[in-house]
Design a protein around this ligand. Structure first.
Ligand code: UDP
Length: 245
């Protein structure tokens, strides 16, 4: 536990989070902002409560992953928007798991949105804002030194395990887990930890029956009020609103 860890200097400002140094050399302090961006930062807005909803859902789901035997970077929840996490070097591979076709896979292969996949599928994208996260495969990771063979095998294995846990979780709440993106990092010993976040910003979540989006597609596609959607999702997950319970 890291109760006494304090926030240090800003290390990195991302689109939805700030990462700070901390008083521990082995930990970072992550703060979730209300900023929403889409299309690689082209569309921007500030959405009240978004940071808190994402932070609380991510902390909760990371805990679930930990219980399922998937090591994560989460250490301590210090506030509703602030987490102390193990410091990792992020592997520059965005790992996407899909259960249902939507988004870029439909655009790339001309598939119909909503087509259910016979098996969950893992895809890799190179993490680069400048290049718009291009699709990649193992040969690129090996050739360019982004990850070694056992690491890629682990990413796939862990991602499918995360998917199984998340799919069961959302299913019970009446939500279809269409797809999601996760990231992994190496700690100082070279162990791979599930890092970054598990949030509706990086997932497609469709209400069963209506197929209504309960995720950041509401913002990307102007489908409604993202703040209202996220507050509603929070209530579905925790059984109460942000300021209750
Ligand atoms: N995703 C993400 N960050 C990215 C790209 C994708 O979190 O930079 C998530 C996205 O929210 C979705 C999943 O990864 O849940 C698959 O996204 P896709 O490849 O379909 O790309 P998109 O349609 O979002 O451009």
């Amino acid at each position: 536990m890291s109760k006494s860890i304090e926030r240090g200097e800003l290390l990195h400002e991302g689109k939805a989070k700030q990462v700070f140094h901390s008083s521990s050399p082995d930990h970072v302090w992550i703060h979730y902002k209300d900023d929403a961006t889409a299309f690689n930062g082209v569309k921007k807005a500030s959405i009240r409560d978004k940071g808190e909803v994402n932070a609380r859902i991510s902390a909760y789901l990371m805990e679930r992953m930990s219980s399922a035997g998937i090591p994560t970077h989460m250490d301590t929840v210090v506030s509703v928007r602030d987490h102390v996490c193990t410091k990792v070097d992020i592997i520059p591979v965005e790992v996407v798991v899909r259960n249902v076709c939507a988004g870029s896979i439909c655009r790339r292969f001309g598939l119909e949105q909503g087509k259910v996949l016979a098996e969950p599928m893992v895809e890799f994208f190179y993490k680069s804002d400048e290049l718009n996260d291009p699709p990649m495969s193992d040969v690129h990771a090996l050739q360019f030194g982004w990850a070694v063979e056992w690491e890629l095998a682990y990413l796939r294995h862990a991602a499918l395990k995360v998917n199984a846990v998340l799919q069961a979780f959302w299913d019970e709440l009446g939500v279809t887990l269409v797809d999601f993106k996760i990231e992994f990092g190496r700690d100082k010993n070279g162990h791979i930890l599930l890092a970054d976040e598990i949030t509706p910003d990086g997932s497609r979540l469709w209400e069963k029956g209506s197929n209504r989006s309960l995720d950041k597609d509401v913002f990307r596609k102007d489908l409604g009020d993202l703040g209202d959607t996220y507050r509603e999702l929070f209530k579905r997950v925790f059984g109460h609103g942000l300021t209750e319970g």
